[in-house]
Ligand binder design. Structure first.
Ligand SMILES: C[S@@+](CC[C@H](N)C(=O)[O-])C[C@H]1O[C@@H](n2cnc3c(N)ncnc32)[C@H](O)[C@@H]1O
Length: 426
């Protein structure tokens, strides 16, 4: 795929490697597993289910694993979630507010005042009446390809050419047994939303080259790809394939409609913003229940981890919303904290380890607060955060300015701090 190369990660889902960044887009130990562990399981589902209308902001949507995993999780756990929701109806509004300390959250921030579009427990047969996903990425090729990516293979054939060339094998050591798989109708759903909302994406010749080239075929979902090659997506089918196309389309659309009918979400919106995430947020006044932040690492993409960007994310997060990210670095956490968030770590039961960070306006939503060591690190040089006052600086300039601040800081280094901690000196 143009400057990025697909390969199979350890759980059978497709990961991408970027030649330009010499970096991987997805965890090689399992792209889909990572999405579940870091963005879906840590969600406080009790709080989410108290809402009727849910808004999700997926920053750095890429090929969409986080949004797709959310939808897939809800679909696969519909009965359980509905049962949970029904139990919650007995939980009165006041009790709920008290138990999550909602009155006492950050009153110093003007945006929290009217931000609680909670909580009017609903007793319909839907898990959510409206679910809106806003997907932001500055790469339209990835967004366009997202419904076409194969969602999992059982037997992973190693892509040795890429592995050897880029040493990806070092990541591929963990053995995974459970292989998650995205329901096909969700790919179809996303494709239908993209063709409605951003049809021009499919005029991009790079997408066409990728979708029709044999080289990428093993990584693409053949059913959905069939829609493209038959001209359905671009509306360019000819008389030769028209009949085939109609049969095929009808077959797929029936599967899709049946699954969609069973999906206990009444209405799903999918908004696409092909833009620098900073620009997209600045003009957004929505309040989100969930924010997924999945940018490249802070060293590669500091503009999406700066204090100033987190202030914007604070502004657009609902008062009982949650921001989730895979990053656990001090430079990120200190920026979140300075922007007003309460922060904690994400704990993966499956791997029995902490990974990533959860941020909220409401302290009661933090299940795993940071340890003394982690909190202390925020006050070392490692915790000197990136700044991007006007939200338009280049990554290189942001890094340079931080380096200057670090060099001139009288804070101690993180290694010295940790050494002192282990000697009980602080
Ligand atoms: C680690 S990948 C995200 C993977 C993605 N969540 C997925 O499921 O495929 C980082 C993404 O950030 C996007 N990106 C990089 N800089 C950006 C920016 N300034 N604004 C918006 N997106 C950006 C890249 O195009 C890439 O898709």
């Amino acid at each position: 795929m143009s400057e990025f190369q697909p390969y199979f990660t350890n759980d059978g889902s497709v990961g991408l490697y970027s030649e330009k960044y010499d970096d991987i887009y997805h965890s090689a130990s399992g792209a889909l597993t990572e999405a579940y562990e870091k963005f879906i399981y840590p969600i406080n589902w009790d709080v989410l289910l108290m809402h009727d209308n849910i808004k999700i902001l997926d920053i750095c949507y890429g090929i969409g694993y986080n949004s797709k995993s959310f939808l897939n999780f809800v679909y696969e756990n519909q009965k359980k979630l509905l049962k949970k929701k029904k139990k919650l109806k007995n939980f009165s509004k006041n009790n709920f507010l008290k138990s999550y300390n909602i009155e006492t959250i950050h009153t110093n921030n003007k945006y929290t005042q009217n931000s609680g579009n909670y909580i009017n427990p609903i007793y319909t047969d839907n898990i959510f009446n409206n679910l809106s996903i806003t997907a932001i990425d500055n790469d339209e090729i990835l967004i366009g390809l997202s419904p076409f990516i194969k969602s999992g293979v059982k037997n992973i054939k190693n892509n040795s050419e890429i592995k050897n060339k880029h040493n990806i094998s070092k990541y591929l050591t963990e053995k995974n047994t459970k292989k998650p798989k995205i329901k096909n109708f969700l790919n179809f759903l996303i494709l239908s939303k993209i063709t409605q909302n951003a049809p021009n994406i499919y005029q991009n010749p790079i997408i066409s080259t990728i979708l029709t080239s044999a080289k990428y075929s093993p990584y693409l979902n053949s059913q959905i790809k069939g829609l493209y090659t038959s001209g359905c997506v671009t509306g360019q089918f000819n008389l030769n394939n028209l009949n085939l196309h109609n049969i095929y389309y009808r077959y797929l659309s029936n599967c899709y409609k049946n699954d969609l009918k069973r999906f206990k979400i009444r209405n799903i919106d999918f908004n696409i913003k092909i833009n620098d995430a900073r620009n997209a947020i600045m003009s957004d006044s929505t309040l989100y229940n969930l924010i997924f932040l999945d940018a490249f690492t802070p060293q590669k993409c500091p503009c999406l981890w700066s204090y100033d960007f987190f202030k914007e994310l604070y502004r657009v997060l609902n008062s009982d919303g949650m921001l989730l990210t895979y990053s656990s670095s001090a430079v990120v956490r200190s920026a979140m904290q300075a922007a007003g968030f309460y922060i904690g770590y994400i704990y993966s039961k499956r791997f029995n380890k902490s990974q990533g960070t959860i941020a909220a306006k409401n302290e009661a939503l933090i299940n795993y607060p940071l340890s003394e060591d982690d909190l202390g690190l925020l006050n070392t040089r490692a915790g000197i955060f990136y700044r991007d006052k006007n939200l338009n600086a280049q990554n290189e300039a942001i890094i340079k300015a931080r380096n200057f601040e670090v060099q001139n800081s009288d804070k101690i280094s993180s290694s010295k701090y940790l050494k002192m901690r282990s000697n009980n000196e602080v």
